[in-house]
Write a protein that binds this ligand. Structure first.
Ligand SMILES: [Zn+2]
Length: 332
């Protein structure tokens, strides 16, 4: 009995030791598996960081593309009718605007009736005012580069975007700066008169902070004859055009548009053709163009647009409070 008990105890002890060894081995293996898993996560995570860094680089290099990376112009895109193109204001949102402008606003129609300011000047001098709305944006430096090359001055109606570093460059290079509301959000801008005054004050403060200039030039989002505001506040444009004038601002509309508000990156050839169609024999032309995301072709078409006006004998000028403004009739 004693011998068999001893044997049994020995067997039990051996089994316990073996079991412990197995457990230990399992534990150690499991630990190293866990370690592998952790390493794998570290690997994935570091790859993710790398690809994010690559994406960042791609994004930042896309923001200011070289001339070569600009889309080729194409002639097979149907041209926009001049009435349509001159009737559009941009619904494009500046992608980095601190507050998102409304993008779902329906297209606005604009009166093509000539305003009284279109009466011919006695001296027969022809003047063109190039205007760029919705900036500053990544496109601004390209626009400024072209303007500098051709020694032409223009007017920028700006909104609140994060590209404020370009504001100073605009004014330092001799261009005029105007106010186009802070958010370009129709619901906010046209809620009531106080709201628009507040929007104007906010963008005015931003411009002043960066340029030291207190601009009195304004362009209403969508233009004075926009119909979008009708759904927001009946009669607001009629009242605002009076109120803003009484407050010492001069508002400017346009009688020519390159049609870049139609869609993103309208081919440069189409932008030029839109301008040519609307030039006619006008003595004073205020041209609406846009400076924003998806408006690279606006900068691309600019040299040919400038050359067109030069060939037609136009002098380029900036808008000031002394300029006889082209003002459209309010449609609301
Ligand atoms: Zn605009």
């Amino acid at each position: 009995m004693r011998g068999s008990l001893k044997t049994n105890l020995r067997a039990a002890a051996t089994a316990a030791i073996l079991f412990s060894l197995v457990m230990l081995t399992f534990f150690v293996e499991n630990m190293s598996e866990n370690k592998k898993t952790v390493d794998a996560y570290a690997q994935i995570s570091s790859e993710a960081q790398v690809s994010e860094a690559v994406a960042q680089t791609v994004i930042s290099s896309m923001e200011i593309p070289s001339a070569e990376s600009m889309p080729e112009t194409s002639k097979d895109v149907p041209a926009v009718s001049s009435a349509q193109s001159s009737s559009q204001e941009s619904k494009q949102e500046p992608s980095k605007a601190p507050e998102k402008p409304v993008s779902s606003a329906p297209p606005e129609t604009k009166s093509t009736e000539p305003s009284k300011s279109e009466s011919p000047k006695a001296d027969g001098k022809k003047t063109v005012y190039l205007t760029f709305d919705d900036g500053p944006s990544p496109v601004t430096p390209r626009v400024l580069e072209v303007l500098k090359k051709y020694e032409v001055k223009a007017t920028f109606f700006v909104i609140g975007t994060s590209y404020t570093q370009h504001l100073k460059q605009i004014t330092e290079e001799g261009h005029a700066i105007g106010l186009h509301s802070y958010t370009h959000n129709y619901e906010r801008c046209y809620k009531d008169e106080a709201a628009f005054i507040e929007e104007t004050k906010k963008i005015s403060d931003l411009v002043k902070q960066h340029t030291g200039i207190e601009s009195k030039l304004i362009r209403f989002p969508g233009g004075t004859s926009n119909k979008v505001s009708k759904k927001i506040n009946k009669g607001i444009m009629t009242r605002l055009s009076k109120t803003m004038t009484e407050l010492g601002y001069v508002y400017f509309d346009w009688n020519c548009s390159n049609g870049d508000a139609e869609r993103k990156n309208v081919p440069a050839s189409e932008l030029l053709s839109n301008i040519k169609k609307q030039t006619g024999e006008k003595q004073e032309i205020t041209v609406l163009m846009h400076d924003g995301y998806g408006k690279w072709t606006t900068a691309e078409a600019l040299p040919s647009i400038i050359e067109h006006f030069k060939e037609k004998g136009y002098a380029f000028d900036i808008l000031t409070t002394e300029t006889k403004p082209y003002q459209a009739k309010p449609a609301n």
